[in-house]
Design a protein around this ligand. Structure first.
Ligand code: SIN
Ligand code: FE
Length: 295
């Protein structure tokens, strides 16, 4: 594997396009085939006063991310208050709006059903961070979140490196999802009867966990906890410099973030029927492998 197998690159330097129909076709094909869409010249510009936020002092003591929920217009995870918190909130919202404009422009097929979920700011250095293997995003994984079942919807995430001083964000991207899933699916246990209903009742999940969500969490955990897989699985190194932007379907692209600080990230959810090739979604791949409907 090398970078050409996993990256589709664009020259764009503006969030609001315009993008040609050739660009749109190439972005769609790249994204759905499991590539990272890389925009090396697409910079998220900070206002002079925002430079002061590029420090892990922006964080609440116990957190590694600050998240902004566009539905309620509020930030969580920052130790800032008052005017400073308001200015940080404005920065995250501006990033999220730019990210949404880019995805709508470059991927017009997705525009009618694209849902902008949370925006996050990740000021802290990743390298050297200690955590449990299950929470360690330095290990190859696909995204799946215990409290947020998607019911098969896609998770599309867009990142910008805004680090000062040239600090790269170093990623690894692994093998295609069908290869990864075929190895780990046979090891997973089915969901216990009533488990999803009960977890939802207790408020442990936002909505009911589907058999698909259960398997995705299983794949996330089993992959991260397998030391042999982490040591030996195929991977490509990608370095994202400050001033660059990239996105991928993080529910199917195996990824690990090894080092870097000060990234912004916007999450989108996308229904399967918006895809040009829904058969490439993790839901359809897992349904084929397991021989049954999973939502
Ligand atoms: C992840 O989604 O695993 C982390 C990506 C990043 O923060 O660069
Ligand atoms: Fe991840």
């Amino acid at each position: 594997m090398d970078a050409a197998d996993v990256v589709t690159e664009f020259d764009a330097a503006r969030w609001d396009g315009p993008f040609s129909s050739d660009d749109a076709a190439r972005a769609l094909a790249g994204l759905e085939s499991g590539h990272v869409i890389f925009l090396p010249h697409l910079r998220f510009a900070l206002l002079p006063a925002e430079q002061a936020f590029l420090t892990d002092r922006a964080l609440d003591d116990s957190r590694k991310n600050i998240s902004f929920d566009p539905a309620i217009g509020r930030c969580h995870g920052s130790g800032y208050e008052g005017d400073k918190l308001a200015a940080l909130t404005v920065m995250l919202d501006r990033f999220g709006r730019n990210a949404e404009a880019l995805v709508r422009g470059l991927l017009p097929r997705y525009a009618p059903s694209l849902h902008r979920a949370r925006t996050s700011f990740r000021p802290a250095e990743i390298a050297g961070r200690t955590t449990t293997p299950r929470h360690d995003d330095k290990r190859l994984h696909v995204d799946a979140f215990p409290t947020r079942p998607t019911g098969g919807k896609r998770i599309l995430r867009l990142f910008s490196n805004i680090a000062p001083d040239g600090v790269m964000r170093e990623w690894r991207v692994g093998e295609p999802f069908p290869d990864f899933a075929a190895q780990f699916l046979p090891r997973l246990r089915p969901m216990a009867p009533g488990q999803a209903w009960f977890m939802n009742l207790l408020g442990l999940t936002k909505g009911q966990r589907s058999p698909y969500d259960h398997l995705m969490l299983g794949l996330h955990d089993a992959g991260k906890l397998d030391g042999d897989y982490q040591a030996k699985a195929p991977r490509v190194a990608l370095s994202f410099p400050p001033g660059s932007t990239w996105m991928c379907f993080t529910d199917s692209v195996l990824h690990a973030a090894l080092s870097g600080r000060c990234a912004l990230e916007q999450t989108f959810h996308l229904p399967l029927d918006a895809m040009a090739e829904p058969d490439r979604s993790p839901l359809r791949v897992l349904e084929r492998l397991s021989g049954r409907a999973l939502v």
